[in-house]
Design a protein around this ligand. Structure first.
Ligand SMILES: Cc1ncc(COP(=O)(O)O)c(C=O)c1O
Length: 398
């Protein structure tokens, strides 16, 4: 550059080329755009002839590195490669996939106990666009088969396993097989498990979604989502097109935070599982507790299924207190060590009373149908010393 440039130009231009060093940690690319050496290079990148970065709404080295890592985790040990995209939230991942795969007139088959935001997205946003949602018990495979035979417009089966709040599990392999017979796409929200505990694509599921806000990040300091599919899936380029056009991609800062969090994913989930198992066993023997929902307990209806398709049973559990709504509210107000908060998957223990928090505006009759009873408490078991968690829960039960 000319040494005699003006002061204003010196302020406005980048100081110097620093991309010759090799940082040990992933750098945050805080650049909205990327420059080209020539118009020929620009043409090659824009036409896809050459790989390269253009504009951060399309991705950038920080965002892409994290998306690729999640894709590799989901396909770890598989005989196929996966692609991954990192989105601005779990809901952005879900909505981008739905908008990329469904047309007016199509129908989605799903379960009643999905994350509430997803149910609302299906009913309140896709419904008015003539994309109808059918809710059924996805565990009942005969029922699923029957619906798919009767309703050729069903183009997608969308599910979560284990699902809130009863930690019910769905048979991934069997649902994928039924869907394939009817040319239906399968989508699993794997937020509760992460690929360390469960890899739905290894059981035949087409697309996997995450709210990375939860366990993948693990530290409660970023909101983002991920979308993973097989590298050779015909819809990959359409999904990428829609991320660019709807503008749902993640930013570098959140990607970087997820990257930090993921480095300890395996040891965190080992500890989450160890603590949740001890807590579930303690609660199962408590006289004020009617029922404990934890797939790692032999008493859970899906214990064998969970064992077959999950590496470990994870950190999420729920239990039902005797005394209903009042007992639930009293318990929540008595907590001193655990945190009363609606999210999950952080390193510290987070407790939710759905009837007075996340589901307070849902008709009790509808809540009860999916197992959200008045005395139900959901625990995202942290990695603290288990004795401290149990002592707080014990004193709060009273
Ligand atoms: C299972 C599940 N999926 C998706 C979401 C939505 O994720 P986000 O809040 O990152 O948009 C949530 C949020 O709680 C969730 O629990």
């Amino acid at each position: 550059m000319n040494k005699n440039i003006g002061f204003e130009s010196l302020c406005a231009k980048e100081a110097k080329e620093i991309r010759t060093t090799k940082p040990h940690q992933l750098p945050i690319y805080a650049a909205s755009t990327f420059q080209f050496d020539s118009i020929e290079e620009s043409m090659a990148v824009f036409t896809g002839e050459k790989q390269g970065d253009i504009y951060s709404r399309f991705g950038n080295p920080t965002i892409n590195a994290v998306a690729d890592k999640i894709a590799k985790m989901e396909a770890h040990g598989a005989d196929f490669e996966a692609f991954g995209f990192l989105l601005s939230s779990g809901m952005a991942a879900i909505s981008t996939l739905l908008f990329s795969t469904l047309q007016p007139g199509d129908k989605v088959l799903t379960q009643g106990n999905l994350y509430g935001g997803t149910t609302d997205l299906l009913l309140k946003v896709l419904g008015p666009l003539q994309i109808e949602t059918i809710i059924t018990d996805l565990k009942n495979l005969d029922e699923v088969e029957g619906i798919l035979q009767k309703e050729p417009a069903v183009k997608m089966i969308y599910f979560e396993t284990p699902a809130n709040p009863t930690l019910d599990c769905l048979p991934l392999r069997e649902i994928s097989a039924v869907a394939k017979r009817h040319n239906c796409i399968t989508v699993a929200d794997n937020t509760f498990c992460t690929p360390y505990l469960q890899q739905p694509m290894l059981h035949g599921v087409d697309f996997v979604l995450h709210s990375t806000t939860k366990y993948l990040n693990g530290h409660g300091n970023s909101v983002a989502g991920a979308l993973v599919g097989r590298e050779d899936h015909a819809l990959k380029s359409k999904i990428f097109q829609n991320i660019k056009l709807i503008g749902t991609n993640c930013n570098s800062w959140d990607a970087w935070l997820i990257n930090n969090g993921m480095k300890t994913l395996a040891i965190r989930l080992d500890k989450h599982t160890e603590n949740a198992t001890k807590l579930a066993q303690y609660l199962e023997n408590h006289e004020q507790v009617i029922r404990v929902n934890y797939p790692g307990l032999a008493s859970h209806p899906d214990y064998d299924l969970a064992k077959a398709q999950m590496r470990k049973s994870g950190g999420m559990l729920s239990f039902e207190l005797k005394g209903g709504l009042e007992a639930g509210k009293k318990f929540m107000n008595s907590l001193q060590f655990c945190t009363l908060a609606p999210t999950l998957g952080d390193v510290d223990t987070l407790i939710l009373h759905p009837a007075s928090m996340s589901h307070i505006n849902v008709d009790p009759e509808i809540r009860n149908k999916v197992g959200i009873t008045d005395g139900l408490i959901r625990v995202s078991t942290g990695i603290e010393r288990i004795e401290d968690i149990i002592a707080d829960i014990e004193q709060a039960i009273g």
